[in-house]
Design a protein around this ligand. Structure first.
Ligand code: FAD
Length: 483
């Protein structure tokens, strides 16, 4: 059975890595699939996500609509989601015994409201598929040698036909240097999903108050978002702010997080309609004090704060506002201004913008253009979504396609004769990489497909390509265990 000769290594035991390993086994059952995790636990972010409930995905099945929730990666993800998207993820989890439920805002959680259910499903699926796993196993380097990949790990060097990199977001660009070395463009990392600090601003006394639907803008930019806004003890938060911080991650970073936030407390209503509503309430109740007015459905504390901010005496009757006071009140209601100074990380769902540039990746296999045989999945890519289950959806989808691509391409390669494998361009690229890395270290073969560093001089040629014996591939080393 030729497929027995393939080895696929997945680096990173998070959401994307698990899905990639499971998918690789599903598409190439004869391959040996190894999943390596540097820390002492699998799926750490899945466990803490969604306040321990895991917001697995969002109730949005249509690929184009779903992709709109990604400030970075929208166009790329349209193809990804069309190939394996939200409906497939929902069905996959249901088939593993994890039905999902939808909340009012569209977020989808396991019906158990417990992230452990999601973790158990992923771990069991990997176990059943025969994925071989290893914790405490950081991969520090990748090197192309002949037609295979060589991974540097504390256990020694490990060779693989195909590799899936699913190492998650890196807040520092140096964290991706080992992938940049292979010719990948790395888009600089900046924080996404943060809240706005308003130091010393009296509005913070309204902490806990939610304005149900505001329109937010950043002065001097085209950034705009709508939705609920939460006032906190340090400034502004809530969906409208988080959305703006995600779509404006780079612009706000370049502004050094110092900018003016323009708030229309009435959302989509607009000044003309607001004026009409105020005037008709004044006609119907001329003696009603402004403090007791309907206040456009805003919370009472916020309404009191805004009329004071307009300088309007709370006891003034609606019938006596006149044009001057009406204009002042409407200006505060629809064009309020706050100076933001700094940001606070949204710890509920922290993601990094930036990563491996998408123009170097094929969306249907997640394979790199510049390093054939290398696939990517999850937040290591320059993909990030807003809050609501979108980031996990991207991890499941890219993970599934990366595993599928690695499995199917490894299968196709294992069926070729050695002379047919990796012709022309790929061989010359591997040779280029070999020379580039020869100054650091070379490798000699060990049994079991593992390598160890050699003391051979950098000028000495690498060993001739090892003849492959597909049917006699040894078992994985004992250091790796099944889940
Ligand atoms: C507190 C919090 C809550 C969140 N809640 C949600 C939510 O409810 N819904 C949602 O959609 N998104 C949520 N997110 C975002 C979501 O968790 C991430 O987008 C998602 O986990 C990305 O998956 P990943 O597999 O790409 O990366 P990760 O989950 O970060 O996994 C990467 C793994 O690779 C390992 N690794 C890294 N480098 C190496 C290496 N060199 N060798 C071996 N292993 C390595 C890491 O240790 C890690 O285990 C949350 C994030 C946080 C921080």
């Amino acid at each position: 059975m030729p497929s027995a000769s393939s080895r696929i290594v997945v680096i990173g035991g998070g959401a994307a890595g698990f899905m990639a390993a499971i998918s690789a086994k599903a598409h190439q059952p004869g391959a040996e699939v190894l999943l390596l995790e540097k820390s002492d636990k699998w799926l750490a972010k899945v466990r803490i996500s969604g306040g321990g409930r895991c917001n697995v995905t969002h109730h949005c099945a249509e690929p184009r609509k779903l992709a709109r929730h990604f400030p970075r990666g929208e166009v790329f993800l349209r193809k990804v989601f069309a190939a394996w998207g939200q409906p497939q993820a929902v069905d996959w989890f249901a088939a593993q015994g994890v039905p999902l439920k939808v909340e009012k805002d569209g977020r989808m959680f396991p019906v158990t409201d417990d992230s452990a259910t999601v973790i158990d499903a992923l771990v069991s699926a990997a176990r059943r598929a025969g994925v071989v796993t290893k914790l405490h196993c950081p991969v520090t380097r990748l090197l192309r040698a002949d037609d295979r990949w060589v991974l540097t790990t504390p256990e020694g060097a490990l060779e693989a036909d195909r590799v899936v990199v699913a190492t998650g977001g890196s807040p520092k660009d140096e964290g991706l240097a080992w992938l940049a070395e292979l010719g990948h463009e790395v888009v600089a990392a900046v924080p996404s999903l943060f809240t706005f600090n308003l130091p010393d601003d009296p509005i913070r006394e309204l902490m806990g108050v939610v304005a149900p639907n505001v329109r937010l803008r950043i002065a001097g930019t085209k950034l705009e978002s709508t939705g609920p806004l939460l006032i906190t003890h340090w400034g502004l938060s809530g969906p409208a702010v988080l959305r703006l911080s995600a779509f404006g991650a780079r612009v706000l970073h370049d502004m050094k997080y110092e900018y003016t936030v323009l708030i229309d407390w009435l959302g989509a209503m607009g000044e003309v309609q607001a004026r009409e509503r105020l005037s008709s309430e004044a006609s119907a109740h001329p003696n009603r004090q402004v403090a007791n007015a309907e206040g456009f459905g805003l919370p009472a504390r916020l309404w009191a704060y805004l009329i004071a901010r307009a300088g309007l005496p709370a006891a003034k009757p609606l019938g006596g506002l006149g044009k001057k006071w009406t204009d002042r009140l409407l200006d505060v209601l629809t064009n309020d201004r706050y100076d933001a100074r700094g940001k606070t990380t949204f710890k509920e769902e922290f993601v990094t913008a930036g990563g491996i540039a998408l123009q170097q990746i094929y969306p249907l296999t997640m394979e790199s253009h510049v390093a054939p045989g290398l696939h990517f999945a999850g937040e290591v890519l320059d993909i990030d979504g807003i809050t609501g289950g979108f980031n996990f959806q991207a991890a499941w989808s890219t993970g599934w396609l990366a595993g599928k691509g690695a499995g199917q391409l490894a299968m196709a390669e294992s069926l070729k004769s050695p002379d047919e494998r990796r012709p022309g361009q790929l061989i010359s690229r591997s040779n280029r990489l070999r020379s580039a890395h020869a100054s650091h270290r070379t490798f000699t073969h060990r049994p079991h497909g593992l390598y160890r560093p050699s003391t051979r001089s950098r000028t000495e040629p690498l060993p001739a390509r090892r003849p492959r014996a597909p049917l006699r591939r040894p078992e994985p080393q004992r250091v790796f265990h099944r889940l």
